[in-house]
Design a protein around this ligand. Structure first.
Ligand code: SF4
Ligand code: SF4
Length: 110
């Protein structure tokens, strides 16, 4: 069973901690990312209602923290997320979790 990353971006504050944690743990040079914070909006979805979300997206450099996970630890980004909105695990479990969370949740398989 493949593993992936779940991000409940409803709660992502855009703090960049996951980006920094990933870069530090993998020694990723300036200008490259293992996970990159993206921003959607702001735009008006209906009169007076604005949408503005942060969504971190793992890149091709993400190896799902193979070494840390082999030692029984969480991936660096998950461990350092200040909003506790990232989870790691088998896709089947993440899909169930996404169904529980209900909205603004995405699952990545880098
Ligand atoms: S799982 Fe590891 S390699 Fe992938 S984005 Fe998170 S910290 Fe980076
Ligand atoms: S560490 Fe968590 S809250 Fe901060 S940008 Fe990454 S996913 Fe969002």
């Amino acid at each position: 069973m493949a593993n992936g990353l779940l991000i409940n971006y409803d709660y992502c504050t855009g703090c960049h901690s996951c980006e920094v944690a990933c870069k530090k743990s993998h020694d990723i040079p300036l200008g490259k990312w293992g996970i990159k914070l993206t921003q959607i909006g702001p735009f008006e979805v209906e009169q007076g209602k604005w949408e503005w979300d942060y969504v971190p997206v793992p890149t091709d450099l993400c190896d799902l923290c193979e070494e840390r996970v082999a030692e029984g630890r969480d991936p660096s980004c998950v461990h350092h997320c200040l909003a506790f909105c990232m989870e790691y695990g088998p896709l089947e479990d993440l899909a169930k979790r996404a169904a529980e969370l209900g909205k603004k949740t995405t699952i990545f398989v880098p």
